[in-house]
Design a protein around this ligand. Structure first.
Ligand code: TYD
Length: 209
């Protein structure tokens, strides 16, 4: 998005289900808020009209074609960029976003769409300043979903599908992507996240608190 006056910072949390990225997003939000940053936490799929439609897919993904599914995620993102992300960037906020267009590349890419084609379709969306890519072994992720969260696996979380998704996530090359080994404890992973964010935000080097 070239016309965007960009004073804020966009940090996105990406990875397969069960990597703990949502927990880490909350922790980083508190950490930055304690240091005086104006934070906006948000997520995709959103709570908007398209996001709600997407949530109805979770238990029965076959009700839409893969083209319709891709279009729903794109429509949700267009609305999110216009109504939430672009205004917050202009206001100078630090945005922490749980999933963004790399999720579309990986999850809808796993349906057979060309990942580069999906990236092109997302050109309307501003690039993140940092994409933290949370990675855990597949079985650890599945175990965290089923025993940790006490949930059944939804249609997006089936083993074969998640293996394809993880492979695509791992293959995307963009300068703003930083892989995070999310196999450690919550505190250990939080430290890794802070190290990555360090280079982006001057507060750490200037000592502002
Ligand atoms: P998730 O982060 O688990 O949201 P919630 O906490 O509301 O369950 O995301 C829901 C699922 O949507 C997840 O399995 C990944 C999938 N997804 C896509 O397939 N494409 C996308 O573009 C996005 C943003 C998510």
């Amino acid at each position: 998005m070239t016309s965007l006056v960009r004073r804020g910072i966009l940090i996105v949390f990406e990875g397969t289900d069960g990597t703990g990225k949502s927990t880490q997003l909350q922790l980083l939000g508190h950490y930055l808020q304690d240091r005086g940053y104006s934070i906006l936490t948000t997520r995709e799929p959103t709570e908007g009209r398209y996001g709600q439609k997407i949530r109805s897919l979770y238990m029965d993904r076959k009700q839409y074609s893969r083209e319709e599914e891709l279009e729903l995620f794109l429509a949700d993102r267009r609305e999110h960029v216009r109504q939430v992300l672009a205004p917050a960037l202009e206001q100078g906020k630090v945005i922490l976003c749980d999933r963004y267009f790399l999720s579309t590349v990986a999850y809808q890419g796993a349906l057979g769409f060309d990942p580069e084609h999906i990236l092109k379709l997302n050109r309307f969306a501003p690039d993140p300043d940092l994409a933290l890519l949370f990675q855990v072994p597949l079985d650890t992720g599945l175990d965290r979903i089923t025993s940790g969260r006490g949930d059944l696996l939804n249609d997006f979380e089936q083993r074969d599908n998640l293996a394809r998704v993880a492979a695509i996530f791992g293959a995307i090359k963009r300068p703003y992507i930083r892989p995070i080994d999310a196999g450690g404890s919550i505190a250990e992973v939080h430290r890794l996240v802070i190290e990555c964010v360090h280079s982006l935000l001057p507060v750490f080097s200037t000592g502002r608190v």
